[in-house]
Design a protein around this ligand. Structure first.
Ligand code: NCD
Ligand code: ZN
Ligand code: ZN
Length: 356
């Protein structure tokens, strides 16, 4: 069975390039996005130089325009030193604001609730409909919900990973707060028990959790609490991951949609739900539409084993290596043009457009 997905959008990826071009480039990772079945990706602000000033944003915009192969959007990052006066001047050029409320890669952590509030107040004052995306874990989820309740800014909760967090967010949706919830394939398919075999290749933020937490994420997909499956694609070189101070993050752009194909095969979700999770819901949340003739053809009958040698992402490894998935990306078209033919990426560097 061929499933047609109109404009798959991954709203949570960490492209590398610029000061981290040794890990990957905008060209290599946007090619990986096409091979993974995506029309567009939204890039997070934590990779150096952090996207927290107008000039850093301009550098990223220019290089993306010159080199990206898929369509794209760029987040602006909230700085703990206060950069909210920049908002009116950047708002038209970004897909949203990202606030890091717990420690992760880079130094964008904002632990002070008053500083978080200043960012919410300033973003609300722009009257934009563009969301704030948050990295929030545990107690911080409740802290952010308090700001959403006060400022009514639409907020996307990235990579939610525990039952307690899901319960809070489910209740917040019942309350009517303007929020959406994303989960990652690694939290849906792996647990802390896999760390024994994965070693440092299983290290990411938020960390892998228990089987009970994982079950709660699947329940939340079934009952509609979860809106989006996002890869949190965060490539680091194999040498870095195998060093004695491994960085957090795993690649995921080429395995997310096939792993959801596996979920369809296993009867965990319907094919329609797959399309909502990777295309319709992210498009609605961020207010973007793909160009006419933008389609991913996913062959749900085709199964294969994930192998690192087949990947396009520059650091060729995956925490899902060896897993048999169902769902081969046969073709991706953007605006009628074949950009991935099932084997090779056919788009050229610089052909990707800003999606928002
Ligand atoms: C991300 C990265 O390396 O950029 N790492 C990760 O473990 N997910 C940052 C992040 O998403 O918090
Ligand atoms: Zn994060
Ligand atoms: Zn992330």
């Amino acid at each position: 069975m061929i499933l047609e997905i109109t404009g798959a959008l991954d709203p949570h990826v960490h492209l590398r390039d610029l000061d981290w071009a040794h890990k990957a480039t905008f060209a290599s990772e946007t090619a990986a996005a096409l091979a993974g079945g995506y029309w567009a990706i939204f890039d997070m602000p934590n990779t150096p130089p952090a996207t927290i000033t107008r000039s850093a944003l301009d550098i990223k915009l220019r290089r993306m325009q010159e080199t990206a192969l898929c369509d794209w959007g760029i987040y602006f990052g909230a700085s703990q030193h206060g950069n909210e006066r920049e908002y009116p001047a950047i708002i038209d050029d970004v897909c949203g604001l990202k606030i890091y409320n717990n420690a992760t890669t880079g130094d964008l952590l904002i632990a002070d609730q008053q500083v978080r509030e200043a960012h919410y107040r300033a973003w609300a004052a722009t009257n934009t409909r563009k969301p704030i995306a948050v990295h929030a874990e545990e107690q911080t989820v409740a802290d952010i919900l308090a700001l959403v309740r006060q400022y009514r800014v639409f907020t996307h909760f990235c990579h939610i990973s525990t039952r307690e967090e899901i319960d809070l967010l489910r209740a917040a949706k019942v309350e009517g707060l303007p929020i959406s919830v994303g989960v990652t394939p690694h939290h849906l398919y792996l647990t802390q028990d896999d760390l024994g075999t994965l070693g440092s290749l299983g290290l990411m933020k938020p960390e892998l959790k228990t089987a009970a937490d994982r079950a709660s994420l699947w329940e939340a997909i079934a009952d509609g609490t979860v809106d989006v499956v996002e890869s949190d694609h965060a490539p680091h070189t194999l040498a870095e991951k195998q060093s004695n101070k491994p960085p957090f993050g795993v690649p995921g752009l080429e395995t997310t949609i096939p792993l959801l194909g596996l979920a369809v095969h296993e009867g965990r979700i319907t094919a329609e739900r797959l399309v909502e999770l990777v295309a319709l819901n992210p498009q609605r949340i961020f207010g973007v539409q793909p160009p006419a003739g933008t389609i991913t053809r996913l062959d749900l009958s085709a199964s294969y084993v994930i192998e690192r040698s087949k990947l396009h992402t520059a650091p060729r490894w995956s925490p899902f290596e060896g897993i048999r998935v169902f769902g081969r990306v046969r073709e991706v078209r953007i605006g009628g043009n074949v950009v991935f033919d099932g084997e090779n990426v056919r788009a050229v560097s610089g052909s990707g457009r800003r999606a928002i």
